[in-house]
Design a protein around this ligand. Sequence first.
Ligand code: 5AD
Ligand code: SF4
Length: 434
Amino acid sequence: MRDEQKKYYIATFGCQMNAHDSEKMAGILNSNDYKEVSSPKDADVVILNTCSIREKAEHKFFSELGRIKMLKKKKPGLKIAVAGCIAQQHGEKLFKRASFVDCVIGPQNIYQIFDTIQHTNRFTLTSGGNEAIAETEMPVFRKTDVSALVNIMYGCNNFCSYCIVPHTRGREKSRASKSIINEILGLTQKGYKEVTLLGQNVNSYMSDLDFPELLAEINKIDGISRIRFVTSHPKDLSEKLIKIMKEAEKVCEHLHLPLQSGSTKILGLMNRKYSYEEYALKVELLRKNIPQIAITTDIIAGFPQETDYDHALTVKALKEISFDGIFAFKFSPRKGTAAALMEGRIDMAVGSERLQQILDLQNEITEIKNKELEGTLQELLIEGIDEKDSRLYTGRTRTNKIAAVPKADGIQKGLLLNVLIKKANRHSLDAVLA
Ligand code: 5AD
Ligand code: SF4
């Protein structure tokens, strides 16, 4: 590392979209002769790429900001930039709340990161449109080498009543298919085997192609062996999409399809635009066409006006659908969203109790689902050596389950292996070479 080279450190909070935004900011800074360091202590610039999806995420950021403030006391020249969803939401107000912050940059502006950090008291924010970012090619500095995140669209138009994302990430705008394909072609040259297409609503992708057509095009790319995508909205899960998922051999048999609640009344209050029955029918259609598909979901417990009966409907839905895995959260009111103003807030303790019941039930279901895989053959994409046990390699099945195989000659990162599942644990599978 040359002495005059400026050094940056990025702390990333939140979702895969944020993780990928950090990879892009790193790519831009690296191409401007900056160098990433692994500790804020060694940095000239610290970028906090923030999340505001729930109150907890925001708390995490403010406590991290406190630590960085101490660091700046010792190193007054340190530049601090706040990026991501909190940056967009609080904007200029962040300077008042934390006067030691130098720059604020929103998610729609990450391509301007280099210019932004050249200044102090600079805020770079765009509200509304994602046109500019969708048309900007950005260098990406990925730390993974087998599986890559690729953005296909920006923003969200759905305005689910609880969600801050449409407020922080603006309106939907899809990237041109040519630019996505070119990026993936570049990834194959670097040896990547898997792509995960990213968007707040990937399946409402619409440019010169629609989403199923885009999948069909990516499926033709030599060198890529697997295609994944997150996150899909149930309302946009069309028969055309199910057909391509079934026919395109590289599209993996896994779908993350957030249900949020098993009560159609609550789904209405959430502005989800589907009933529980419609959701269940789509799951049925998916399983009829792709029998081995794994389906995962998100659930919110304790939404305003959720009665014991509504909660029981969610429990019933979990039993009926039998998801492979869920992410469940307690409702967290976000300022500026419709749900934050709704009457009928649920007592925190009741919300926690409902959440726990949901998590306990799902643990049982996940275990049963994983047990069903014992004795089956699965295709594993090797991602690297197991972090906890260096005698093992880990990878993922096409259905997105983590599995480990003992080290053996010839096994290496990026390899597709056929394995036999010997034992199912709650969160992973033990396998041997088939
Ligand atoms: N409170 C609780 N959970 C939320 N999510 C989004 N907004 C909120 C909120 N205000 C959850 C949803 C979404 C996932 C990414 O986070 O389940 O699908
Ligand atoms: Fe991602 Fe949403 Fe958090 Fe923003 S608020 S970082 S879009 S999860």
